[in-house]
Write a protein that binds this ligand. Sequence first.
Ligand code: AVI
Length: 324
Amino acid sequence: MQPTAQPRDDPEAFRRAFAADLADTLRRTPRQIPSTYFYDDLGSALFEAICRLPWYRITRAESSLLVRHAREILQPMRRPVALAELGCGSGEKIALLVGSAGEQFPAVHLVDISEAALDEARYRLQAIGVRAIVTHHLAYEPGALQAVQQRPRDGSLMVLFLGSNIGNFAPAVAREFLVRIRRLLRSGDALLLGADLVKPEPELMLAYDDPLHVTAAFNRNLLRRINDELGGNFDLAAFAHHVRWNGADQRMEAYLVSLRQQHVVIRDAALAFDLAEGESIWTESSHKYDARQVLGEGLAAGFSGGEQWIDQDAKFALTRFDVS
Ligand code: AVI
């Protein structure tokens, strides 16, 4: 499933794109909903809660790597270094990097499709004394393009793509994404990539099917959103959150399983279909990498370098790819 995040500045255009995506993906076998639609205001808040769950370790592992290694991560960059985070969310992680680096940054670009997240990230960075904050209310790549176009003439640019967001892309899509980011950059620039690594299946199952059922709520919220925004009639109580580890494809898969036979109508997507009892809607894939695989992907995309900082316990890798 390729995320097709849209800028939200034109709500009607966004609604039409959402409806068109569903009209396509809910007709496929198996039926699917693109995971990019998780992140409305409630979905983003639920995701922030997931990041605080003891069983979901990505955010804490990455944050502590950023704090511990901020200076090493930035060390080879030509000064001054501008930063651009794609999908910054609440800005917590870029703020940790900035706060631990012990230097000034000429510009910090924040890219996100959630306006609420951008506001929060801006306040967070202002609070730690960052003066030049530029927000881009856009999807990853248009946002990266704007950040590149507005970069200071001197120095270098580090693009951050954290949180294992890369894992929500299918491998071929991830590869193409890295190639396009590489092409936007110039010699001396870098990409800092956060990727979750393969770990024992029981740990993954708990991370994606937590005992507090926050992830289940995050998943079901997709249906609530479709009901509210596109005139859907999903009965949320008639769906179970189901996850599985697909070892062959190295990914966690999330589904919403219909608990009974039901007739679904989504008025604004001109969709009507029957779901059988036990039939699933596939809502997310979270690919897990080996550290060496991450390196290989970056180098194949035309980057050089590939210094890595790894949390061996949580199994999470930060990799800095350079542009030579
Ligand atoms: C944003 N993304 C990297 C998360 C992940 O781990 O795939 C989204 C998420 N889905 C369920 N829990 C967290």
